[in-house]
Design a protein around this ligand. Structure first.
Ligand code: AMP
Length: 214
């Protein structure tokens, strides 16, 4: 059966993760965050996990072979899903081409790439305001005013600052985005599956703009 495949695209801090959660609940699709998958692997403290942590803490991309195989594994595991929402993948041309191959091999294709746009100044504020649950990886934001009153997640986990959300690593993540990830906009625009969305406003406002395109 043909499945739906949506990519949420945009620079670090634009809100891809937050919007992917909202959209996956509304459409009943599987949410695939390669950042979350990699952070889980880091928690295992295996040799592979420690290598991944070093790439992430430097703000660099984790090698394609690792990320691509994690994506294949996630799609295979979610056989009953009607569709998938990717957040943080693909992040370079190699991953985008591999993604096309993976989808083609199962008779699928990418339906739409939603590019969320926001000024650099606001992005920085959002990144600095981001808190993540140490247990379930849910994301909250001081800037968007959705931090739970008692400062902990509903799962009971503690809210912490992500280890790569500090100024020097953020500068590198923006550089990596501009050099390797942003060029994908041209790749998807040429296929006429790219849609731009204004990333300013509240979570609900941005979500309804995205929903209108899916
Ligand atoms: P994110 O949670 O999407 O902001 O990703 C956090 C970090 O995880 C990135 O800065 C990369 O180090 C790594 N990462 C996430 N997704 C990918 C990907 N598709 N390819 C390579 N590295 C990734």
């Amino acid at each position: 059966m043909k499945k739906a495949f949506i990519v949420l695209f945009g620079p670090p801090g634009v809100g891809k993760g937050t919007q992917a959660v909202v959209l996956s609940e509304r459409l009943d699709y599987e949410h695939v965050s390669t950042g979350d998958i990699l952070r889980e692997a880091v928690k295992d403290r295996t040799e592979k996990g420690l290598q991944i942590r070093d790439f992430m803490n430097r703000g660099e991309l984790v090698p394609d072979s690792l990320v691509n195989s994690a994506v294949i594994e996630k799609i295979d595991k979610s056989k009953s899903a009607k569709g998938f929402i990717f957040d943080g993948f693909p992040r370079n041309l190699g991953q985008a081409k591999e993604f096309d191959k993976i989808l083609k091999s199962s008779g699928n294709s990418l339906d739409v790439v939603i590019n969320i746009e926001l000024d650099r100044e606001i992005l920085l504020r959002r990144i600095m305001g981001r808190r993540i649950c140490s247990k379930c990886s849910s994301t909250f934001n001081v800037e968007l005013d959705n931090i739970p009153g008692d400062g902990s997640c509903s799962c009971g986990g503690k809210l912490v600052v992500r280890s790569d959300d500090n100024e020097s690593v953020i500068t590198e993540r923006f550089r990596v985005y501009a050099d390797l990830t942003e060029p994908l906009l041209k790749y998807y625009n040429e296929r006429d599956i790219l849609r731009n969305v204004d990333g300013s406003g509240t979570v609900a406002e941005i979500a309804s703009r995205i929903k209108a395109l899916c």
